[in-house]
Design a protein around this ligand. Sequence first.
Ligand code: GLA
Length: 739
Amino acid sequence: MMPSAITRFFSRPISMLLTLFLVGGAVFPVYSQKIIIPVYSKSNALILQVEDSKDLNMAYFGEKLSDENEYKNISRVYRPAEDYSSMLASAYTASGTRNLAEPAISVTHADGNNGLHLLYESHKQEKIDENVSLTTIVLKDPVYPFWVTLYYKAYVNEDVIEQWSSIRHKEKKSVTLGKFASANLLMRGSAYWLRQYHGDWAREMQPEESRLTHGIKVLDSKLGTRANLFQPPLFMVSLDKPATEDEGKVLFASLSWTGNFRVDLEVDHQDNLRIIAGVSNFASAYSLKPGEEFSTPAFLYTLSNSGKGLASRNLHDWARNYKLVDGKGTRLTLLNNWEATYFDFNESKLSALLKDTKKLGVDLFLLDDGWFANKYPRNDDHAGLGDWQENKQKLPNGISYLVKEADANGVKFGIWIEPEMVNPKSELYEKHPDWVIRQPGRDEHYFRNQLVLDLSNPKVQDFVFGIVDGLLSKNPELAYIKWDCNAVIYNAHSSYLQNQSHLYIEYVRGLYKVLQRIRAKYASIPMMLCSGGGGRVDYGALQYFTEYWPSDNTDPLERIFMQWEYSYFFPAIASANHVTDWGKQPVKFRTDVAMMGKLGFDIVISKLDPKDLTFCQQAVKTYDSVKDIIWQGDQYRLTNPLTDDVASVFYLDKAKSAGVIFNYLVNNRYGAGSAVPIRLKGLDPSKKYRLEEINLYPGTRSALNPGTIYTSDFLMKIGFNPAVKSGRNSVVVKITEVR
Ligand code: GLA
């Protein structure tokens, strides 16, 4: 709820007496006229303050005060406006005049001048609905007709803020933007711990947590398309001390942008944490015409005052309520043929796999790479990308036949595409070399033997849209698309663009235009966001997708760790997890891990031993009975694979009446296992529960007694022991309210 009286109160100037105030041994004046602009969410307040000088500063971001009248006193406890330190607090740091801190924006004006100073001009606060408010603040340079508008969209119940900016001017000619951040935050703590991620193919989401020291730490990508391959724009910062799952102040943040990003995290000389996040300015100085608006993508963040678990649950709710396509809906379980066949298949093999799909009991068969191209058939990853016609040898009757076959078998049909890419060995490359991002007069460099199409070109956008539109209009029953992106942008040059510095930005804008067209016509078709694994998982893209592919690494032991980290930022419903032959664990372990998200299989069903097959068939049914809890419930991390022998993850439905607890042995040393009980979290204090082991392998017995009734008090204070140990290394437990 927005406190409307308070908002009205704060939105007008507050008169204060000119006085002297002592801070840190120095005497500073305190000023008379202040406008305070509060952005509230359920637990937090982000307080912006217009100084007498009209500079806009970020005065506070943290837990809400119980008396909102006290925000006006903030300037009494921090150093006030005239001091150099006030520049550090700028809500959007300009450069080239007085402010010498790392800028959010830098500009070369039409006349060649590099100075920018942004002063408050106006603001408004609107209620978009019961839960969402939008604060808009207009800043203007006093000398040039140059404006920046800051937007703060607050999702109250989820405690999430999306912040972005837009830049425009009315100068005589174009200006050049050297930096153009989405957001500029200031946080205050006695120390800051950054949790960041790095990775590579099959090694996504490797965490590192360290204390930030003075100076600037930059998280960024310059890879263009598969932008997050080495580093995603996902991070968290704990304030004062490292936050744990349930305690401590921690900010979770990310940039919603499917391309190059840059996040500056600066601990300044006064020990503030300044965060400046936006599209990377690497090779991207942007020439902005008079009257044109440069809109930045949203930087999204949530601040938890009770540890990482709450921050992640807030993000999950937000993603399901507002971002993911069909976030509150359902998903299709599937059988994929990638690892079962790779490129080596034909119609009869696929017909058999369709039967296996039915036999397994999943909803859909997903045909992966290798189904297209004729002059240069897609029989391996050296040829064919770009030629999206069915390969006549492999599929003489085309996709339509397979879609009908699937229907006849009582399953749905989905298909893999990688529409942004081209192999030099393709008809598309021969016909349209000008559609390809490549440097004229230089050797081409390939990533997975392929090049990237130039999506800044509207004709290429039409082509890419046409691939999806063609497939779906010919086959209206086609039920699923896996959209892959396996290359970075090498040889960055567009033969379409006048200004090469616009390529990285216009590429992403072009991609979004295509995805918007697809969603305008096919609003609900499930689409998986894949990038040679998880090379491109971000909320900018996910607003067009139902799910993402975390990694080609499906070794379940690795996945426990990876899914754990991904799950801080993305809800389980969006995580496509497949049972494959990676890893040494038995099929039960692999299936249990894949069930912590959206379940799929990529194994040869016909080669499974009969007990394994029975287990998998039963597991699909079990999953169908609990998947809503996993997809729509609250996730609690109980024991941590990084520090404990057992990883334990709990999903509890919103009514707190049913849940599923997944427990895995992640340490193979002698005697490792669940020595002490695992305490549950989040249960309703007034309820009683029963525990029952589910997803048992045929012929094995549960170690739990389903007859025992526990109070939530017992389960949260003492806990239960899933008896995880060698030989019982994966245990799934259903918890049900006893009425
Ligand atoms: C990427 C994907 C895989 C598979 C292959 C096909 O590596 O991540 O899942 O689709 O491409 O070439």
